[in-house]
Write a protein that binds this ligand. Structure first.
Ligand code: HEM
Length: 1030
């Protein structure tokens, strides 16, 4: 390295500072003016990035992050340097921190010059004469200084870091290549030798693993990983009881892995120091070093040399230094903070919250744009943060995990990292005003700073361009953000961001934060089939693997996105052959879950209860395939028994039962059949219904599925038509069983008077039991037939008809109510009339055997309403003009108004439900599918899945074998008109790491116009029904 550069690295900050405060001031002013030229800081970032990028085309490969992110990072870095130029120590810290991030880049003096000149040019361009000599000198010096520092750090530490990472890779059995540092230096012969050794080592490991296929040999128990070896050595060296070593061991991997990142190293050591504070007994850090070195020597025996000793000693010295800064303090801090927070009254907390936000908004006015919630919510958050500072001392491990999640949520809130510093400052300042205790102040400040550090790291790691685009909720931004993603990772960039053990899904975030425009664009992007020469890319697998419950999520939080999702699973060919086109429907994930069991997607759609969604092509196909190939047979099998009992009931109660009035004689054969049928009904039907009812009742009680209707608790199962009907049938059968004439007539043997199993005897006739029995019997038969209605789901047309019938019943009920009201009111009104209708009374006596004012008029008026009143009776009324007028008024109201009103109501109700009736019928069938599926054996389900052949790739067009995971059907060409193939094909490189080439906008337009040509959904349903054989 150039000695001048080293000198510069060490001296320049002080030179700048001492020689000329004016230079620094001018530079800072020029920087502020430069950033101020642009409306948003993204503009300034883009301008600098553009200058760097264009200045050296051969260095463009170094810029691996997306333009927007990289530009902002560069801007933030230079901004930090310029901002701290007046404080040499701070400037050096900033430069050093960023220098560590440049260890894997080949920074050289000419390259530093290129970037420096590019910056000068862009400043000249934007500021012109405002960019004076002093500012130019200052900025140039800062850029040279930073560049020099990168080169210095690279030369100084890179070798050690490379050794550390490589030997750690071997010792920890990570099996990863140390790509990060591979290109730090050009490879020397020594390096190559080392590499060979490493490869041999890896080979040896592989051989070891292959012994039993898993790498584990339970008999030998030879320590193979660093942790195992460390614990083994610790036991041998007499430190078996030093539990604190295990804590360090737990954090050792992140410490070594982040050796090149000083900020992160500090963070890991801080968290570790909090964990160490939980250990009882003395902590002697050099003991750990001894065991660590011994373990490393045994695990990296071939490579180990003096350079390794130096490197690992250096690492441990640094770690020890960082740990010692905190060792012993956390416990005292925790106590002080607990005492302070425990003693705070609610009014103190409220005043803390108020002052803290006030101060924060003074320090960072832009913070107000983020905290838009109500004051109570803001105070709640501030109080929670105060609690978190103590919790950090109490349960550091748990808190770090929670903070990763919280940090990721802040990515979603779009919080800029620079606001964290003023936030912490404001909180610390307010706490300082509340207590004079040094311990408390330091404890709070240290804990909150650590919390903020972890959150900022998570925020930086999780702040992908996709998340930034989601915050804008603009489709174009999202498309731009995702366009730079490698084609192999495009789907996961939309579905997963992981930081530490926590992860967040950008898609779900978009849904939860209400960025539905972006969420729709994400779903459409995921479900767009793209292709290069080698591969097809389709995000359905990634989507359903990451979010198996996506249907449930969408139906509850964003139903408008269900259609794009389900529509995206269909591909229609543009090519027509013999009047048909191919349709591939990638419905695997709607049928089976990751474990191969049946998926709950259909159940969620049933629970969503939308007749339009259930009629969507993909859902119809899924439901119909399950129905025809699997469920219909089982459904029929389950109902065979019911059909059988219905036949028995009809035979014994209707065909072979002889009403006593008929006086037909009994026959022995008929009596035997009736006896068998009735006994079977009571044992086989009544007892079976009782069993299923008890089971459902217990299940509902256990799960708390009890609804209260008019304060009466009713188990939810009774709300289903089938179960409710069965419940009533059970009680009717109980009624039949208790009044059964068979038991009363008691003829269980044939005598001269009786035939065996007679149901006729005087005693049942005399006490009226027979009549009661026959009523029960009549109702039971009616109910049996009603329950048969669920067979209608075999045909959607009949099912829809039955549903419409059910839906318009409420209108008929209204009509009956009005009629009853009229009949009662007119009956009582007529009774109040003075009339002399003796003939009518006589006729009534003749026909009905009685004359009673109220009863007779109720019956007469009801008959008049139903046109059952004999014509001749009307003539009687002519003798009484008053009565005639009232009767005419009644008949007019009923037959002209009520009846016509009923017709109009039915008409309207029919039209209203007609559009949805097919959908409701489908919902009905889908719910039967869902319940029947539960009873289907795993074996039959597996056979069904096998028949679906989801593993086989489906052809797009002849010879073009595409993607697996769906079924192919042939659709009549006229059903949907497709003019453009929806698969987007791209030429050029087919490397998985390459992003897709930029898309032609006209393609979108053409797709859009093709959408217009898509047929009615109903046509699609009919097509599916025809195709699956209905
Ligand atoms: C040490 C720093 C911070 C901590 C520990 C912290 C913690 C929290 C917590 C616990 C919540 C509650 C809601 C949730 O769990 O998502 C929250 C919400 C939020 N924070 Fe922060 N925060 C910090 C800094 C900031 C800063 C600097 C900003 C921006 C100026 C910010 C903006 C927000 C916003 C917008 C919400 C959402 C509020 C809501 O909708 O309920 N936070 N934060």
């Amino acid at each position: 390295m150039d000695p001048l550069q080293i000198e510069l690295f060490v001296l320049l900050p002080s030179v700048l500072h001492v020689s000329s405060c004016q230079v620094v001031r001018s530079t800072q002013k020029a920087w502020d003016s430069f950033v101020g030229v642009f409306e948003r800081k993204e503009g300034a970032a883009d301008s600098i990035y553009g200058a760097f990028f264009d200045a050296a085309p051969n260095l463009q490969g170094m810029f691996r992050a997306p333009r927007a992110t990289m530009g902002l990072r560069i801007l933030a870095g230079i901004s930090q340097f310029v901002g701290s130029a007046h404080e040499p120590a701070q400037l050096r810290r900033h430069v050093e921190a960023i220098a560590f991030n440049h260890l894997d880049l080949d920074v050289t003096a000419p390259r530093v010059e290129i970037f420096r000149e590019a910056t000068m040019e862009v400043f000249d361009l934007e500021l012109g004469a405002l960019f004076g000599t002093r500012a130019r000198f200052g900025l140039s010096a800062i850029m040279t200084y930073a560049g020099g520092a990168y080169i210095f750090a690279r030369k100084e530490y890179a070798g050690r870091i490379r050794i550390l990472l490589r030997s750690w890779n071997t010792a920890a059995k990570k099996g990863e290549t140390v790509e990060q540092i591979e290109d730090l230096d050009s490879k020397s012969d020594d390096d190559e030798e080392e590499e060979e050794v490493a490869q041999e080592h890896v080979q040896a490991d592989a051989n070891l693993k292959s012994q039993d296929g898993t790498g584990k040999n339970p008999q030998l128990k030879v320590p193979t990983t660093f942790d195992e070896m460390f614990l083994f050595n610790a036991a041998v060296m007499g430190y078996a009881n030093s539990t604190w070593m295990k804590f360090i061991l737990e954090y050792f991997d992140p410490i070594v892995s982040n050796v090149a990142n000083s900020y992160r190293l500090q963070e890991e050591c801080d968290v570790l120091s909090l964990n160490l504070a939980k250990c009882k007994g003395d902590i002697n850090l050099p003991e750990f070093k001894a065991v660590m070195l011994a373990s490393l020597r045994s695990l990296v025996p071939k490579e180990w040399n003096s350079q390794h000793e130096v490197a690992w000693n250096w690492l441990w010295e640094n770690v020890e230094r960082l740990l010692r800064q905190q060792l012993g303090k956390p416990r005292a801090h925790q106590k002080a903070l607990e005492r302070f927070i425990g003693g705070l009254q609610q009014e103190h907390l409220t005043s803390y919250c108020r002052d803290q936000y006030k101060r924060f908004f003074q320090l960072a006015p832009s913070g107000q744009d983020f905290f838009k919630q109500s004051t109570t919510r803001l105070y709640f958050i501030a109080e929670k943060i105060v609690e978190m500072t103590v919790e950090m001392y109490r349960t550091p491990k748990k808190m770090v995990e929670e903070l990763s999640g919280l940090g990721l949520r802040h990515v979603g809130y779009g919080v800029p990292t620079e606001l964290f510093s003023p936030y912490v400052t404001s909180a610390v300042e307010v706490i300082r005003g509340m207590t004079t205790d040094d311990h408390t102040q330091t404890a709070f400040a240290w804990s909150l700073t650590l919390i903020a550090k972890i959150m900022v790291r998570t925020l930086v790691e999780g702040s992908t361009v996709v998340m930034q685009a989601i915050n804008t909720n603009i489709e174009k931004n999202l498309k731009k953000a995702i366009a730079v993603a490698p084609r192999g990772k495009r789907a996961m960039e939309l579905l997963n961001i992981t930081v530490g053990t926590q992860s967040i899904s950008p898609l779900y975030w978009a849904i939860e934060s209400g960025s539905l425009v972006c969420a729709q664009a994400m779903i459409e992007d995921l479900l767009t089939i793209r292709a290069d020469r080698d591969n097809y890319y389709f995000g359905a697998d990634a989507l359903f693997t990451r979010h198996p419950e996506v249907i449930k999520k969408l139906s509850s939080s964003a139903p408008s996105l269900l259609d794009p999702l389900l529509e995206g699973l269909i591909w229609r060919s543009r090519v027509i052959s013999n009047g048909y086109r191919r349709v591939n429907c990638y419905c695997k994930h709607l049928m089976q879950d990751v474990d191969g069991n049946h998926h709950q997607a259909l159940q969620w759609l049933v629970e969503y209860g939308n007749p339009v969604m259930i009629s969507q092509f993909t859902v119809v196909l899924v439901a119909d395939l399950m129905w025809t190939r699997l469920v219909a047979y089982h459904f029929l099998l389950g109902r065979c028994y019911f059909l059988f009992t219905l036949c028995l009931a009809v035979t014994s109660q209707s065909f072979l039962s002889i009403p006593s009035a008929m006086h037909r004689s009994e026959t022995l054969e008929a009596n035997i059949v009736v006896f068998i049928c009735r006994v079977f009904l009571y044992l086989g039907s009544m007892c079976k219904i009782l069993y299923t009812q008890i089971r459902s009742f217990v299940a509902d009680c256990k799960s708390g599925a009890i609804d209260r209707t008019y304060y009466i608790p009713i188990p939810q199962y009774l709300f289903s038509l089938q179960s409710g009907g069965n419940f009533m049938l059970f009680w009717l059968l109980v009624g039949m069983c208790t009044t059964e004439p068979l038991w009363r007539c008691g003829a269980f043997s044939t005598t001269e008077d009786h035939i065996i199993f007679s149901t006729h005897c005087q005693s049942v006739l005399d006490d009226g039991t027979k009549r009661v029995y026959s009523m029960f019997s009549c109702l039971a038969i009616l109910l049996y037939w009603t329950l048969l209605l669920d067979f209608s789901i075999f045909s959607m047309h009949i099912s829809a008809y039955v549903l419409v019938f059910g839906r318009v019943l409420s209108e008929v009920a209204l009509f009956i109510m009005a009629l009853v009201f009229l009949v009662i009111s007119y009956s009582t009104a007529i009774m109040a009339l003075e009339h002399e209708l003796l003939d009518f009374a006589e006729t009534c006596l003749q026909h009905w055997g009685y004359w009673e004012d109220f009863g007779t008029w109720l019956l007469s008026l009801t008959q008049m309403s139903l046109a059952m009143f004999p014509q001749v009776y009307y003539q009687e009324f002519e003798k009484e003009a008053n009565l005639l007028v009232v009767v005419i008024a009644f008949v007019l109201i009923v037959s002209v108004i009520l009846v016509n009103l009923l017709v109009a109501q039915l008409n309207q109700a029919y039209q209203h439900v007609y559009t949805d009736m097919q959908g409701y019928a489908r919902l009905n069938r889908a719910s039967v599918i869902v319940t029947t599926l539960e009873g289907i054996s795993a074996k039959r389900w597996a056979r069904f899945l096998q028949g679906m052949k989801f593993d086989e790739r489906l052809e797009f067009n002849e010879g073009d074998v595409g993607l697996p995971g769906g079924v192919q059907i042939m659709e009549p060409a006229a059903t949907n008109i497709v003019t453009v193939d929806s698969i987007r094909r791209f030429g050029g490189s087919s490397a998985v790491a390459m992003p897709w080439p930029e898309e032609d906008d006209s393609m979108e337009d053409r797709r859009g116009s093709a959408e217009h040509l898509r047929g009615k959904p109903d046509w699609g349903c009919r097509a599916v029904a025809a195709m699956v054989g209905e």
